[in-house]
Design a protein around this ligand. Structure first.
Ligand SMILES: Cc1cc2nc3c(=O)[nH]c(=O)nc-3n(C[C@H](O)[C@H](O)[C@H](O)COP(=O)(O)OP(=O)(O)OC[C@H]3O[C@@H](n4cnc5c(N)ncnc54)[C@H](O)[C@@H]3O)c2cc1C
Length: 150
């Protein structure tokens, strides 16, 4: 945390079509990945991204971007379960296991908190919710949040 030595992690989300995505995810040996670690991004892709950044970012953000020495990249994906309850409600999925949401939605922690808090309504003595109702509620919210992220 010393002034002048602070590390900064800068993330840019970029919408792309299938062809461009394939191009970005090919390493210098010609192999395709879903995640390219530091040092694996081809120089021409790095240079293209720097050119785009200079056009779309404000000067302080662009200065940071241009100084990134070892960028890494990955395809952003999400996941959605078709059910959150198994074995007659004895086994449940919660949180990311129900819906792994895109990072920019910043909804993952709210989602898992909601799942846990709603379970009180299922398991307390005068239960106001059936496990099937809980399942519907969490899947419905997962579908909404996934669409929102996309
Ligand atoms: C880099 C990063 C940044 C994020 N930023 C945000 C943000 O700004 N806002 C936001 O809302 N969300 C954010 N998220 C998402 C958020 O962290 C998750 O949505 C949330 O933690 C999901 O909670 P969970 O309980 O479902 O899963 P987790 O928090 O992943 O918990 C699962 C737990 O299970 C344990 N586990 C795994 N396998 C086993 C096993 N076999 N046996 C026993 N234990 C096991 C793991 O160690 C882990 O502790 C971020 C995630 C990442 C990775």
């Amino acid at each position: 945390m010393t002034e002048g030595e602070r590390p900064v992690n800068m993330v840019r989300h970029h919408n792309t079509n299938g062809e461009e995505l394939k191009k970005v995810l090919i390493d210098s040996t010609g192999k395709t990945h879903v995640f390219l670690g530091a040092g694996k991004i081809r120089p021409e892709i790095k240079s293209e991204q720097r050119t785009v950044a200079a056009v779309i970012l404000q000067p302080p953000a662009d200065e940071l971007f241009q100084k990134i020495e070892s960028p890494f990249t990955q395809a952003v994906t999400d996941s959605l379960a078709s059910t959150a309850t198994f074995m007659d409600g004895k086994v449940l999925l919660v949180g990311d296991a129900v819906a792994g949401l895109r990072a920019h939605a910043t909804a993952g922690t709210s989602q898992v908190a909601m799942h846990a808090l709603l379970l009180k309504n299922v398991f307390e003595n005068d239960a106001s919710m059936k496990i099937s109702g809980w399942d519907q509620k969490v899947l419905g919210w997962g579908i909404f949040a996934q669409k929102f992220g996309i």
